[in-house]
Design a protein around this ligand. Structure first.
Ligand SMILES: *[C@@H]1O[C@H](CO)[C@@H](O)[C@H](O)[C@H]1NC(C)=O
Ligand SMILES: *[C@@H]1O[C@H](CO)[C@@H](O)[C@H](O)[C@H]1NC(C)=O
Ligand SMILES: *[C@@H]1O[C@H](CO)[C@@H](O)[C@H](O)[C@H]1NC(C)=O
Ligand SMILES: *[C@@H]1O[C@H](CO)[C@@H](O)[C@H](O)[C@H]1NC(C)=O
Length: 904
C-alpha cells in the first residue's frame, strides 16, 4: 500500500517536473495554496521526501524559472489551516507552534531542507488603464512649440513614409512617432529607422492581459516561445475576456508590423511575446514566473500594471516576486540582465505617488512616467523619486494610436500604460545599438541621455552627474535617436556593489500643529564604510523605514544627500487614511545617481500642516541602502535578498585587512554569532532575515522580536541625535568599542573592555559552532529515522497533524490590511476597487474567490535587491566623464518643493 503510494507520488513528481510549466488548474474556492522552498540543488530527494511525509499537502507544480520552489495546496477545511503561515518569507514567520499543532509544527521545522513557506493568496493585479481625458493641461508649462509648422512637418512625415515605404493607414495619426502638429513632441525615432535600427532580434514580453497574435498587425512579430498564459494555463496568451485589449494595444506600440494594417510599432521589426496574468485571479507564484518566463528569449519585460492607483494603497511585490526580479537581472539576457519597464501609475489625480508602489519603487524596474501630445505633464501620471524617464501618452486631447484586438485599431490607448511599452520599444532599439548593455547600463543610458523637458516645471534639481532630475519627469523624455547613439559608445560599468547602513533607531514622535514639526535624523557615511563594501559610486538609494501614524497620507518623508539633492520619498496623499503607517517600507530614489555617497545623509519626517491637526507620527527607525558601481570588479558578489549586508559590513570592518575571499563564507551565517558586542539590534534583524540559510531554525520568531524591542531607545536616540549618527561612521578599528557605548542593548556591562568582549564572543562563536554541529547531526539522524517506513513518527503525524493557513495571532496588521492590500482580490466586501468609469470590471476574477484572512497574505516588504554578475571582466574606470565634477551647490530650488515641508 505504502509502496504503491510512494511509486505513485514519485511518478506524479516526475510528471510534474518534466512538464513544469503547465500547472494543474487552481481551485481557489476549495483549496489554499502555498509555496515551499526546499534545498533541492543537488537532488530532488528533499521534495519527494516532503511529499511523502505530508499527505495533507497536495503537490501541485514546480515553479518555472525559479529553482527550489514548489507549489502545494491544502483543502480549506483541513484543520492545519489554523496553523500554517509564512515562514522566512515576506519578512515574517507567521507559522506558530500553536496549541494542538505542536507536532505539525515540529515536523515542518525539523525538516532540514525546508527554507521557507510562502502563502499564495489569489489576487488580481490592476491594469493601468487609460484615464479619460478631461483634465486641463497644467497652466504653468507653456507648450514647447506651438507653431503651425504643419506644412514642413507634413513633409517630414511624407519623407519617412516614402523612404521607408510605410503604408500603414494609421501612421499619419501616430503623432508619438512623427508629430506633425506639435513638432518635437515625439520620440524622434525616424533617424534610427533610416539607419536600419528597427528592433530586429530584440524581444519584448508584454506582461499583461494577453496578446492578440492573430491580429495581422502582430502575427509576424509574435514570439510564441517567449509567451505563456497564466490565467488559462497554456502556451497561447490570446485575449479571452471582452476587455482583454490592454496587452494587445501595448504590443502594437512596440512591434506593430510595417504593413497595411493600423500603424507601426516604434521598433516595428522587433518581436513581442505575450505573458498573460491580468485576466483573473493569480497568485504570487504565477506573477513571479511571469517575470522570468522565457528568460533566454525575452530581453525586455513591459509591465503596465501594479497596485491600485487609488491614492491610498501601499503595496509591494511578495518575496517570491522580488526573487524573480533578481533572477531576471542576474540571469536574463545571457547574464546581462533582463530590462523591466514599469508604468509609473495613473493615480496622479488622487495624489498617488509611485513611491507607494513596490514595483515601480524596485531598483530592478525602470519607472516610466508620461508626457502628452503637447509635451505637457498629464495630471494622471504619477510622480516620485523612482521615475527614471518619461515618454509620450494620452493627454491634451490626444491618445496613442495603435493596434487593437479583433483585427481593429485603437485610437484611445493611453495612461502611463501606454508610456511604458513605448519606452520598452525604445529600449529595444537601444539594445540593438549596443547589445552589450547590462540592465544597469540601460539605466545609466537613461540617466545620462534623456532630454529634460519643461524645465520651468517639475522642480528640477541638478544632480551629482550634472543632470537635471525631476520627480515628475525623471531625467527627462526619451529621445530614441539621442539615447541609442549615446548607448552605442557606452562601455559597461563595473558590476554592482551595495552598502547597508545599520538599522538606526529613532523612536520619536510629533503631533501636527503642536511642538516640533519635523524629525530630522542623519547618518555620516565614511569612505571606509563604502570601501568595506567595495562601493565606488551610487546608483540607487533605498530607505527602509518604520513610521507609525494615525493618518498615513499626512506623513512626509524626504531624504537629503551630502550633495544637497533631495528625494521626496513620501508625499501627502489625503485619501490615504490608513493608520497602519509604514512597516518596513522601502522607498527608492534614482535622484542620487552618481553621487559618491560619502558624507551626511539626512532623513526628514514631517506632517501635513494642511491636514487634520491631530495627526500623530512616530518615526521608529530607518535604514539607508546604496546600490551602485563597485570599486573592484573582481571582488563583485552575487546579491542575495536574504543576507543582512549591514552585518556583513560590520564584520568586514572589524577584520579590516582581510582578503576578500573570506567574505562570502563569513557573510552567510557567521555575523550574528561572532561579535554580539556591537549593535545588537542588527543582530536580531540579521537573524530574522538570514535565518533562511540556517537549517536549524530552532529559535522561535517571538524571540527575535523580543530582542529587537528590548533595545533601549533612549540611548540610541542619543546617538542619532548627536547629529551624525555615529554607528557606521567610524572607521574600522573604532567601530568596535566606543560604538558599543551607543548601542548598549541588553548586552554585557558597559565597562567591559573590548578585549574581554572579543574574548567572550570568541567563545560564543565556538559554542555556536558546536551547537550547529550537534544540531546538524541530530537533523541527520531525525531524517534518517523519519524516512524509515512505518515508523511511529509517521503514523503519529497522520493523526495529529494538519496544516493550516493562518497567520500567527501576534500578527497585528490584520484589520487594516485591507487598506494596504495593493491588489484587488475582488472579494466581496473587501474590495477596494475603485470604479472609475473607464475601468472595466473583471467578470471572471471577481467571484468564486475564497475569503482569505488578509493578514496571512500580507505582502510585507523585503528589500530591493540588486544583483550582480560575477567578476567576469575587468572594466576600466568610468567612461562617463560626467561623473568627475565638483560638487554643485547644495540647494536646488528647495523652496517650492511639492511637500511644502519645513526644511531643517
Ligand atoms: C521589519 O523587518 C524586520 C526584519 O525582517 C522584522 O524583524 C520586524 O519585525 C519588521 N517590523 C515590522 C514592523 O514589521
Ligand atoms: C532627433 O533625431 C535626429 C536625427 O534624425 C538628430 O539629428 C537629433 O539630434 C535628434 N534629437 C533632437 C532633439 O532633434
Ligand atoms: C560588445 O562586446 C564585445 C566583446 O566584449 C565587443 O567586441 C563589441 O565591440 C561590443 N559591442 C559594442 C557595441 O560595444
Ligand atoms: C570581534 O571583533 C574583533 C575586532 O575588534 C575581532 O578581532 C574578533 O575576531 C571578533 N570576534 C570574533 C569571534 O570574530
Amino acid at each position: 500500500m505504502l509502496l504503491i503510494k510512494k511509486v505513485a507520488s514519485a511518478l506524479g513528481l516526475l510528471l510534474a517536473l518534466t512538464n513544469a510549466s503547465v500547472a494543474p488548474p487552481r481551485d481557489y474556492a476549495g483549496r489554499n495554496y502555498f509555496l515551499v522552498e526546499l534545498n533541492t540543488q543537488d537532488s530532488n530527494r528533499p521534495l519527494s521526501d516532503f511529499i511523502s511525509a505530508h499527505d495533507e499537502y497536495r503537490f501541485e507544480n514546480q515553479l518555472h524559472g525559479l529553482d527550489n520552489h514548489y507549489v502545494f495546496s491544502i483543502d480549506k477545511l483541513h484543520p492545519h489551516n489554523e496553523f500554517l503561515g509564512n515562514h522566512n518569507s515576506n519578512g515574517h514567520s507567521l507559522i506558530k507552534r500553536a496549541a494542538g499543532f505542536e507536532d505539525a509544527y515540529d515536523a515542518l521545522m525539523e525538516n532540514g531542507h525546508l527554507k521557507s513557506i510562502h502563502l499564495l493568496p489569489p489576487k488580481q493585479l490592476k491594469k493601468r488603464l487609460p484615464v479619460l481625458i478631461t483634465e486641463e493641461p497644467e497652466q504653468h508649462t507653456p507648450p514647447q512649440k506651438r507653431l503651425e509648422m504643419v506644412d514642413s512637418s507634413q513633409a517630414e512625415l511624407k519623407k519617412v513614409s516614402d523612404q521607408l515605404d510605410i503604408q500603414d493607414p494609421l501612421f499619419a495619426e501616430q503623432w508619438h512617432l512623427v508629430n506633425t502638429h506639435y513638432p518635437g513632441n515625439d520620440v524622434n525615432v525616424s533617424g534610427l529607422w533610416f539607419e536600419g535600427i528597427t528592433g530586429k532580434g530584440i524581444v519584448t514580453a508584454i506582461v499583461d492581459d494577453g496578446l492578440d497574435f492573430e491580429n495581422p498587425d502582430l502575427t509576424e512579430n509574435f514570439n510564441a516561445k517567449g509567451s505563456w498564459d497564466y490565467n488559462n494555463q497554456g502556451p497561447a496568451p490570446l485575449p479571452r475576456l471582452f476587455d482583454d485589449y490592454h496587452g494587445t494595444r501595448c504590443a502594437g506600440e512596440i512591434a506593430a508590423v510595417k504593413n497595411d494594417v493600423c500603424g507601426v510599432g516604434v521598433a516595428y521589426n522587433s518581436q513581442v511575446s505575450g505573458i498573460r496574468i491580468l485576466s483573473g485571479a493569480i497568485t504570487g507564484a504565477e506573477e513571479a514566473q511571469a517575470l522570468v518566463y522565457g528568460l533566454g528569449i525575452n530581453d525586455i519585460y513591459s509591465c503596465s500594471w501594479g497596485p491600485t492607483d487609488d491614492g491610498r494603497t501601499l503595496s509591494e511585490p511578495e518575496a517570491i516576486v522580488k526573487k524573480a526580479f533578481i533572477k531576471g537581472v542576474q540571469a536574463g539576457r545571457e547574464d546581462k540582465g533582463s530590462v523591466y519597464v514599469f508604468a509609473s501609475g495613473n493615480g496622479g489625480r488622487s495624489s498617488d505617488s509611485c513611491n507607494f508602489d513596490g514595483y515601480t519603487n524596485s531598483i530592478y524596474s525602470i519607472t516610466v512616467g508620461a508626457i502628452d501630445y503637447k509635451g505637457l505633464h498629464p495630471t494622471y501620471a504619477e510622480a516620485c523619486s523612482a521615475v527614471m524617464v518619461v515618454t509620450y501618452s494620452s493627454g491634451s486631447g490626444e491618445h496613442i494610436h495603435t493596434t487593437d484586438i479583433h483585427k481593429k485599431c485603437s485610437a484611445t490607448h493611453g495612461g502611463t500604460s501606454a508610456a511604458a511599452p513605448l519606452a520598452a520599444g525604445i529600449y529595444s532599439l537601444i539594445l540593438l545599438k549596443n547589445p552589450n548593455l547590462t540592465w544597469r547600463d540601460v539605466q545609466y543610458v537613461s540617466v545620462l541621455s534623456s532630454t529634460p523637458v519643461n524645465e520651468d516645471d517639475g522642480h528640477y534639481q541638478t544632480t551629482a552627474l550634472k543632470r537635471k532630475y525631476s520627480h515628475k519627469y525623471g531625467y527627462g523624455k526619451m529621445d530614441a535617436y539621442t539615447m541609442a547613439h549615446f548607448a552605442e559608445n557606452w562601455k559597461n560599468v563595473k558590476p554592482q556593489a551595495w552598502y547597508y547602513s545599520d538599522v538606526m533607531p529613532v523612536s520619536e514622535s510629533l503631533k501636527v500643529g503642536s511642538g516640533p514639526q519635523i524629525i530630522s535624523k542623519s547618518i555620516l557615511i565614511t569612505q571606509a564604510d563604502l570601501d568595506a563594501m567595495n562601493l565606488e559610486r551610487i546608483e540607487h538609494v533605498t530607505v527602509k523605514v518604520n513610521i507609525k501614524s494615525t493618518f498615513r497620507g499626512r506623513v512626509g518623508v524626504r531624504l537629503v544627500s551630502p550633495y544637497g539633492v533631495h528625494s521626496d520619498l513620501a508625499t501627502f496623499r489625503p485619501g490615504d487614511v490608513s493608520g497602519m503607517g509604514f512597516k518596513n517600507w522601502t522607498f527608492m530614489s534614482v535622484a542620487h545617481w552618481g553621487e559618491p555617497g560619502v558624507g551626511e545623509w539626512s532623513l526628514e519626517v514631517f506632517g501635513d500642516k494642511n491636514g487634520p491637526l491631530d495627526t500623530e507620527i512616530t518615526f521608529e527607525d530607518w535604514q539607508l541602502r546604496f546600490f551602485g558601481e563597485s570599486i573592484d570588479a573582481d571582488k563583485a558578489e552575487t546579491y542575495d535578498l536574504d543576507v543582512d549586508y549591514a552585518a556583513v559590513r560590520r564584520d568586514r570592518m572589524k577584520q579590516e585587512p582581510e582578503p576578500t575571499t573570506s567574505i562570502e563564507s563569513s557573510s552567510s551565517s557567521v555575523p550574528e554569532q561572532t561579535n554580539e558586542s556591537s549593535a545588537t539590534e542588527q543582530v536580531s534583524t540579521t537573524e530574522a532575515s538570514s535565518s533562511t540559510d540556517t537549517t536549524t531554525t530552532t529559535s522561535e520568531p517571538e524571540d527575535k522580536t523580543k530582542t529587537s524591542t528590548t533595545a533601549k531607545p533612549e540611548d540610541k536616540n542619543k546617538a542619532t541625535e548627536t547629529g551624525t549618527s555615529t554607528k557606521t561612521s567610524e572607521d574600522a578599528a573604532e567601530t568596535e568599542d566606543p560604538e558599543d557605548a551607543d548601542f548598549p542593548e541588553e548586552e554585557e556591562p558597559e565597562g567591559e573592555e573590548g578585549y574581554n568582549k572579543q574574548l567572550s564572543s570568541g567563545h560564543t562563536g565556538q559554542y555556536f559552532i558546536g551547537v550547529a554541529i550537534v544540531g546538524f547531526v541530530v537533523v541527520l539522524l531525525l531524517m534518517k529515522f523519519h524516512k524509515s517506513p512505518g515508523s511511529g513518527r509517521r503514523t503519529r503525524r497522520r493523526e495529529d497533524y494538519e496544516f493550516d493557513i493562518i497567520p500567527g495571532e501576534d500578527y497585528t496588521d490584520s484589520e487594516d490590511e485591507g487598506d494596504d492590500d495593493s491588489f484587488d482580490l475582488g472579494r466581496g466586501g473587501r474590495s477596494h476597487r475603485n470604479n472609475r468609469s473607464d475601468e472595466p470590471n473583471y467578470p471572471d476574477g471577481s467571484d468564486g474567490l475564497p475569503v482569505y484572512e488578509e493578514e496571512m497574505f500580507r505582502i510585507d516588504d523585503e528589500d530591493e535587491a540588486p544583483v550582480d554578475k560575477k567578476p567576469q571582466k575587468k572594466h576600466e574606470g568610468n567612461k562617463y566623464q560626467q561623473l568627475e565634477q565638483e560638487i554643485p551647490d547644495a540647494e536646488n530650488d528647495d523652496g517650492d518643493d511639492r511637500l511644502g515641508s519645513s526644511s531643517v
